[in-house]
Design a protein around this ligand. Structure first.
Ligand SMILES: NC(=O)C1=CN([C@@H]2O[C@H](COP(=O)(O)OP(=O)(O)OC[C@H]3O[C@@H](n4cnc5c(N)ncnc54)[C@H](OP(=O)(O)O)[C@@H]3O)[C@@H](O)[C@H]2O)C=CC1
Ligand SMILES: O=C(O)C1=N[C@H](C(=O)O)C[C@H](O)C1
Length: 258
């Protein structure tokens, strides 16, 4: 049995992870961690902080779906204690992830996936394949209005992948210099030179469209998550995979079978 703790267990994603882990035959939900969970009605122990959980419970893996402002401190506590970390919380830079991974004991794994759906992973792979053939690329992402970070982690990763595949070639489309005074932001945020546009609205869970442009043609690659259940097979795959890996691993593609 893989012994699992879920940080952010009272949140939108944490609630779904608790349920998914609870139904997996090879996993045991040891505890939740969330400062605002009541700890009363839950069928499992809940601690307010990861420090309390590490002191009072024994688990192999912590799954973190908390907030950009707290995830780094959670990892700073878990990694030196030899607990493998499966991280979905977005907002950490590659540099911070590398610094945190250096705190891990030798056999411990820090796994971060900006998106746990197979569809989004494929969207990014298709974008990587298309990028060298198109002079222009823009990323539009659409999320529920309670999301705390913008751009999304998926959009940041997609822009990085496109920039790498373009090998430094800059976009030829008119850029931020064309924004009208007082309307700055109209051309989006530049992430590694790729404009990213973030929409926040009721009605969405998470969607992203990557639009590539060339002479007389566009190519649109779109992915939609309409239910948080879409992330759960990827989260469970991450939990099952980290025990046999060590160091920093970024992206669900590292564990997906072909
Ligand atoms: N990688 C992926 O595939 C996905 C990633 N995400 C990311 O996951 C993160 C969480 O998203 P979502 O579930 O919507 O957010 P929520 O705000 O619904 O959930 C976060 C939970 O974490 C709690 N929390 C706050 N501080 C701590 C702490 N120190 N320790 C433990 N728990 C804490 C919050 O409590 P309180 O609200 O009371 O502060 C809340 O209950 C975001 O960064 C989001 O971008 C989301 C979906 C998919
Ligand atoms: O906050 C969310 O909901 C999501 N966050 C992740 C991100 O920032 O990319 C993954 C997915 O888009 C849902």
């Amino acid at each position: 049995m893989i012994r699992v703790a879920v940080a952010g267990c009272a949140g939108r994603m944490g609630t779904a992870v608790v349920e998914a882990v609870g139904t997996a035959d090879d996993m045991e939900l040891v505890c939740g961690i969330d400062p605002h969970a009541s700890g009363q009605g839950e069928a499992y122990p809940v601690f307010a902080t990861i420090a309390e959980a590490l002191e009072n419970a024994d688990f192999d893996v912590v799954v973190d779906f908390t907030q950009p402002s707290v995830v780094a401190d959670n990892l700073r506590a878990a990694l030196p204690a030899g607990v493998d970390c499966v991280v979905g919380t977005t907002g950490l830079s590659n540099e911070t992830l590398e610094e945190l991974a250096a705190l891990a004991s030798e056999e411990t794994c820090l796994f971060y996936a900006p998106n746990f759906t197979t569809g989004a992973v494929l969207m990014m792979e298709f974008a990587k394949a298309a990028a060298p053939y198109f002079p222009e690329a823009e990323v539009m992402e659409f999320h529920h209005c309670n999301k705390k970070d913008a751009p999304s982690g998926t959009a940041v990763r997609t822009a990085q992948i496109i920039a790498e595949a373009r090998e430094g070639r800059a976009s030829e489309a008119p850029g931020k210099e064309t924004e009208i005074e007082g309307c700055e932001g109209a051309r989006g945020a530049l992430v590694d030179g790729v404009p990213v546009h973030s929409v926040r609205s009721m009605g969405y869970v998470a969607s992203q469209e990557v639009v590539f442009g060339s002479f007389g043609q566009t190519l649109s690659i779109r992915h939609d998550s309409w239910d948080r259940g879409s992330y759960m097979p990827g989260v469970l795959l991450g939990i099952r995979s980290v025990g046999s890996r060590s160091g920093l691993i970024v992206g669900l593609e590292n564990f997906m079978a072909r």
